[in-house]
Write a protein that binds this ligand. Structure first.
Ligand code: CA
Length: 479
């Protein structure tokens, strides 16, 4: 009797324990099968030194710094170009934008379907969609204004923001209903915001509004794998900030620098809210957050590239080396630096690698999955070489290990960028042979590139009347 009772008890115990184990296993399986979310927080024209994690002393960025503190800071983090449009095209496709003729900022002309990323190229949202991801772009698109190039046609399920390369920040200035209403240069910065294809109004300062939408998107999509491309236009010109953010930077005497700093403060608050939302929703451990700027600080927006030479639009480090950090608990080491060169091209390859997305039928990526490198499973370098081509100024640059070439229309430089990150000491003509070897690789690389697919914004601008000139003319007429 006792034996029978014992057997029954034992089998009940076994069933119970088996059930528990099965449930545990299924939870674990679900968790490991849940693909990681990706959030790219991209700022615009922010200087290398304009984050706390790169040594800013006047601008406080405690929330952006958390990404570096709880993740990895890239001290040699590059973008693929020194102005907005081509840099974003490289980031979003994981391929050098020169491969598809995206050499300039696109124009704002909605009638030209070539002005953007061609449909023959796939962006991150398009690549992740078949793997079950929901994607959003919140903020600046700048990848074409033609209806066929609209974010909703390019893999993004949700779009909140503007199609153009910049925008005004105060809601009362967003008065134009569409690009067809634009008559003067830069009036496209005044269009009402778009929620997918509908024009909408807000009463918030633009950066805060974009943060609101990002938080809402994360809450809506917390149960599904998602990709959020939070493309703040701050701190790109026009330099505009609310009194609240200005007051938090009143220690800065220079008015332009103070306003620029206030714009960065608004971004930093938004980053804090995004990170807090991930934690609240219990998804921060399964979310890769990457922070970077689309190019170096501009000459005229009050930014600071620290010791780096040059600024936006140049191929010296100040134009292409940007504040860059990534956080993903348990997958990315926390509070450390990674010093080998990495690129914005790597973001696509990293999520594709980590989410195990099949891209075998796509065009080959130029980026690589960074996780094996930053976890030191792979002691090699992510890139043997990185290239930059600036068609308009007839310039190019490349970096292989410690060597960097910068070739402008008038000058040729070779730097030891590890010893001389400020690019002060030109090793030419003494190291002519090294230079020739490097240059040969560049010449090989550029043979496969496409010619410009569309005219640049600056050429197109020449044909547009200037609002300021018009005002002066009217003033003179009324006198
Ligand atoms: Ca930019």
């Amino acid at each position: 009797m006792q034996t029978t009772l014992f057997k029954v008890a034992l089998s009940l115990l076994l069933i119970a324990s088996t059930n528990v184990k099965a449930t545990d296993l299924s939870d674990a399986t679900n968790k490991s099968e849940q693909k990681p979310n990706l959030i790219i927080i991209l700022t615009d024209d922010q200087g290398y030194k304009d984050v706390g994690f790169n040594g800013s002393t006047d601008i406080k960025t405690p929330n952006i710094d958390l990404i570096a503190k709880e993740g990895t800071r890239f001290t040699n983090g590059y973008v693929t170009f020194s102005v907005c449009g081509p840099s974003r095209a490289g980031l979003l496709t994981g391929r050098y934008q020169d491969r598809f003729g995206f050499n300039f900022n696109p124009t704002m002309d909605p009638s030209v379907p070539q002005n953007g990323i061609p449909t023959s190229e796939k962006n991150i949202a398009e690549v992740l969609k078949p793997a079950g991801y929901t994607s959003a772009i919140i903020g600046k698109w700048h990848m074409g204004t033609h209806p066929d190039l609209h974010p909703n046609k390019r893999g993004f399920d949700f779009f909140y923001g503007f199609l153009t390369g910049g925008h005004r920040y105060f809601p009362e200035e967003l008065t134009l209903n569409d690009l067809s209403d634009v008559k003067y240069k830069f009036d496209w910065y005044k269009t009402r915001l778009l929620k997918n294809d509908k024009r909408v109004d807000t009463d918030e300062y633009l950066t805060d509004e974009l943060s609101n939408e990002a938080v809402d998107f994360i809450k809506r999509e917390k149960d599904n794998p998602f990709f959020l491309y939070l493309a703040y236009n701050a701190p790109h010109a026009p330099v505009q900030a609310t009194q609240e953010y200005l007051d938090r930077n009143k220690h800065i005497k220079n008015t332009k620098r103070r306003t620029y700093a206030a714009m960065v403060t608004a971004v930093d608050d938004g980053v804090g809210r995004v990170l807090a939302t991930l934690k609240e929703q219990g998804i921060d451990e399964n979310t890769l957050v990457v922070f970077l700027s689309d190019n170096g600080g501009a000459k005229s927006n009050g930014s600071d590239n620290g010791e780096l030479r040059g600024h936006k639009n140049l191929l010296f480090e100040g134009g292409i080396r940007v504040p860059f950090a990534a956080r993903w608990p348990n997958s990315i080491p926390a509070g450390v630096d990674y010093d080998k060169p990495v690129s914005s091209l790597d973001i696509m390859a990293t999520i594709v690698g980590q989410a195990d997305v099949d891209i075998s039928k796509n065009k080959p990526l130029d980026g690589v999955d960074l996780i094996p490198f930053i976890t030191h499973q792979d002691q090699g370098s992510p890139h043997d070489v990185l290239f930059w081509r600036h068609v308009k100024s007839n310039s190019y640059a490349m970096r292989r290990g410690k060597d960097k070439i910068v070739k402008t229309a008038n000058e040729t430089y070779l730097f030891d960028i590890e010893k001389d990150h400020v690019e002060a000491s030109n090793l030419l003509p003494r190291a002519q042979t090294s230079y020739n070897n490097l240059d040969e690789s560049y010449q090989l690389w550029q043979q496969d590139l496409k010619a410009a697919a569309f005219p640049g914004l600056n050429d197109w601008l020449q044909s547009k009347p200037n609002d300021k000139k018009k005002k002066r003319k009217n003033k003179a007429k009324n006198k």
